[in-house]
Ligand binder design. Structure first.
Ligand code: AMP
Length: 461
C-alpha cells in the first residue's frame, strides 16, 4: 500500500507527560510511521469521558502529529496501543493518562463501526485536538465531513470559546533525531554528481541558513513525502537591496548542519556566489502580479532576486517538489506563480508557520531583537490573532478590522510598514470578507528589525 496521510492525537498528563509524548514519536518512527509535522502542544484541563472538564485531575498536554503511514488503520491503531502500553497505560477509569494516542483520520477512510472509527468520532468536538491540528494542517479535508480542519476549528471556537480559552500553548516537543549521513555539496559539480546517484522523488528545501525549528519543520515534511531530501543554504545577494542586512545576515553553518541532519535531510547544497552567478551572468526573472505590492514595493528587486535563485535551484536540483513557509506568504505566492507561468516541473508545497512558544513567528532575524524588543514584538502575532477572532465573530468589513489592529500595533510601539487583508494567490487587497480565502498580513519595525507575520482570516486552500 502506498503511504497515506494520517493524523494522530497525542495526550498525556502527570509528571512524565512530555517525556511520554516524545517517546511515542520515537516509537512511531521506529515502527516505520514517518512523522511529517508535530504541533506545539497545548495544556488544558482533563476532559472526562462525558466531555466535561475535571479541574481536580492533573492538566493534560495535548498535541497532534501528521504522519505518512503504509499500515492499515487497524495496524496503525494496534501500533498506537502498543506504544500506550509501553508507556505504562492502565485503563482503570482514573484521570491519569500516561499516554493516549488517538487515530484522528487516515487518508480518505471513513468507518462508522468497528475499531478504529474514522474520522475519530469525538475529534471535532475537542478544542485540545482542533487547536493544535489547525496549526499544522489547516486545509486538510476531514473525510466524510465536507470541511477542512480550519473550518471545524472555527465552528467549535464559535460554539465553545471557553474550551479554547482554557488551553495554554506550551514549548514544542523534542522530535525524534533522524540523523543520517548529511552530505555537504559545496558546488554545482558536487550537486550534479550526488544528484545522479539519486532515484525517486527529490524534495528540496531552499533556505538562507541561520536555521531554526521552522526550517527543520520544512525538512521533516519534505522527508515524509520524498525519497531524498536536499536542503540549500545560500544567502542570496540578489534579493537584498542597498542598505539591507546582507553583510550582517547571520551565518551559522555548523549549527545549520546539525539542524538539517537531525531533521533528516540527506544533503545540503552550500554554493558560493560565483557558483550560482558566475562571471557574465546576465539573465533574471522579473515577476509581476503578486510580486508588485507590499514587499515588492518596499524592497525593489527583492522578488527578482528570489525568483531568479529559486528557478536556478529548481533546475540544478531537478526537484519534484520544494517546500516553502507560509511565514513568507508573498514569497510563496510569487514562487507558485513562477512555477505556473514558466511551466516549471517542480511542485511547490507551502507549509504553515512555526511559532515560538509565545506565538512569535520564528525567523532568522529574530536574533537581532533585544530582550525588550522581543517582548514588544509579541504584539504582532497577538494583534493578528485578535483580527482573526473578530472576523470569526462576524465582522466582514476589512477597513474596520484593520483600524482596530492598527491601533493595537501602534499602542505596542510597533511601527507599521504595511497592514492588509489580501487574496492569497494574487495578493490583491480585499475590502470585504466573503467566502474566498483571505490572509491578514502585517509587517512592522521593532527597533531596527523588520518583522513579518500573517494569519488566515478565511481559509480555503
Ligand atoms: P529563509 O532562510 O528565511 O529564506 O527561509 C527559508 C524557508 O523557510 C522559506 O520558505 C521560509 O518561508 C521558511 N520559513 C522561515 N521561517 C519559517 C517559520 N517560522 N515557519 C515555517 N517556515 C518558515
Amino acid at each position: 500500500m502506498s503511504a497515506r496521510v494520517g493524523f494522530l492525537g497525542l495526550g498525556a498528563n502527570g509528571p512524565e507527560a512530555r517525556a511520554h509524548l516524545e517517546q511515542a514519536l520515537v516509537g512511531l518512527e521506529t515502527a516505520g510511521v514517518r512523522i511529517a509535522a508535530v504541533a506545539a502542544p497545548v495544556s488544558g484541563p482533563f476532559v472526562g469521558p462525558q466531555g466535561r472538564p475535571d479541574a481536580r485531575a492533573p492538566r493534560v498536554l495535548n498535541s497532534v502529529a501528521e504522519v505518512r503511514a503504509t499500515l492499515t488503520s487497524e495496524a496503525l491503531l494496534a501500533c498506537c496501543a502498543r506504544l500506550e502500553e509501553a508507556a505504562g497505560r492502565v485503563r482503570d477509569g482514573s484521570p491519569l493518562r500516561t499516554l493516549d494516542l488517538d487515530l484522528l483520520m487516515l487518508g480518505e477512510e471513513v468507518r462508522e463501526c468497528g475499531a478504529p472509527q474514522l474520522p475519530h468520532p469525538r475529534a471535532l468536538e475537542r478544542a485540545f485536538v482542533l487547536a493544535p491540528w489547525e496549526e499544522i494542517a489547516p486545509f486538510t479535508a476531514v473525510p466524510g465531513t465536507g470541511s477542512d480542519v480550519l473550518t471545524h476549528a472555527a465552528r467549535l471556537r464559535a460554539r465553545a470559546p471557553e474550551a479554547f480559552a482554557a488551553l495554554t500553548l506550551e514549548a514544542p516537543l523534542a522530535l525524534p533525531d533522524l540523523r543520517g549521513r548529511l552530505e555537504v555539496l559545496p558546488d554545482r559539480a558536487a550537486l550534479a554528481l550526488w544528484r545522479s546517484t539519486r532515484t525517486g522523488a527529490l524534495g528540496l528545501v531552499p533556505t538562507m541558513g541561520a536555521l531554526h525549528a521552522g526550517h527543520a519543520a520544512l525538512v521533516r515534511r519534505a522527508r515524509a513525502e520524498s525519497e531524498t531530501v536536499l536542503a540549500s543554504v545560500f544567502v542570496n545577494p540578489l534579493q537584498f537591496g542597498a542598505g539591507e542586512d546582507l553583510g550582517r545576515y547571520p551565518r551559522t553553518f555548523e549549527s545549520d548542519r546539525a539542524v538539517l541532519a537531525a531533521a533528516g535531510a540527506d544533503a545540503v547544497y552550500v554554493p558560493d556566489v560565483a557558483d550560482l552567478y558566475p562571471a557574465g551572468f546576465a539573465t533574471y526573472v522579473a515577476p509581476e502580479g503578486p510580486a508588485l505590492a507590499f514587499e515588492g514595493e518596499r524592497r525593489p528587486g527583492h522578488f527578482r532576486g528570489v525568483a531568479t535563485v529559486v528557478l536556478k535551484l529548481f533546475q540544478r536540483a531537478r526537484a519534484q517538489r520544494a517546500w516553502f513557509g507560509r511565514k513568507d506568504a508573498q514569497q510563496a505566492a510569487v514562487i507558485e506563480r513562477l512555477v505556473r507561468d514558466l511551466d516549471l516541473l517542480t511542485e511547490v508545497v507551502v507549509a504553515p508557520t512555526v511559532r515560538d512558544h509565545d506565538g512569535l513567528a520564528l525567523s532568522s532575524r529574530n536574533r537581532y531583537l533585544t530582550p525588550e524588543e522581543r517582548t514588544r514584538a509579541l504584539a504582532l502575532p497577538r494583534a493578528l490573532e485578535r483580527l482573526r477572532q473578530e472576523a470569526a465573530s462576524g465582522e466582514r468589513e476589512v477597513a474596520r478590522l484593520l483600524a482596530l489592529t492598527h491601533a493595537r500595533l501602534d499602542e505596542a510601539g510597533l511601527a507599521i510598514d504595511y497592514l492588509s487583508v489580501v487574496e492569497p494567490r494574487s495578493f490583491e487587497p480585499l475590502e470585504r470578507l466573503g467566502s474566498e480565502p483571505a490572509l491578514a498580513l502585517a509587517t512592522v519595525r521593532c527597533g531596527t528589525t523588520r518583522l513579518l507575520d500573517n494569519r488566515w482570516v478565511v481559509g480555503g486552500r
